[in-house]
Design a protein around this ligand. Structure first.
Ligand SMILES: [Zn+2]
Length: 110
């Protein structure tokens, strides 16, 4: 495993989560005022964007914890980097739903 591949996977996941957060706003109900004239300051009760944003928030939290584990291990400078291996496996599982994205790499299959 190359560390650069791991860092690329982290960047890949950040970009996909940013896209998901952006795209969540495309799923307002037809009657919602935000679907007609998008106003980021307006609030609504459409269930779909809220659900999508909640999933993004959960995944962003998981990604942040993985990054913290990597950073802790890198600071220790261990020879056998177990966290790196475990985190890479977890990140690959997180990234699998995006396997059809053009930036996906075949080395990321879990
Ligand atoms: Zn709405």
């Amino acid at each position: 495993m190359h560390v650069s591949s791991l860092d690329e996977l982290v960047d890949f996941l950040h970009a996909r989560l940013d896209e998901d957060a952006h795209d969540a706003h495309l799923f307002h109900e037809l009657a919602c005022p935000r679907s007609v004239a998008p106003d980021p300051s307006a609030t609504c009760a459409c269930p779909c964007p809220a659900s999508l944003l909640a999933a993004v928030c959960v995944n962003a939290g998981i990604l942040r914890r993985y990054e913290q584990r990597l950073e802790r291990e890198r600071q220790c400078g261990l020879v056998w980097q177990l966290e790196l291996i475990l985190v890479f496996a977890g990140l690959k599982a997180m990234a699998l739903p995006y396997e059809l994205h053009p930036a996906w790499r075949d080395g990321w299959y879990p």
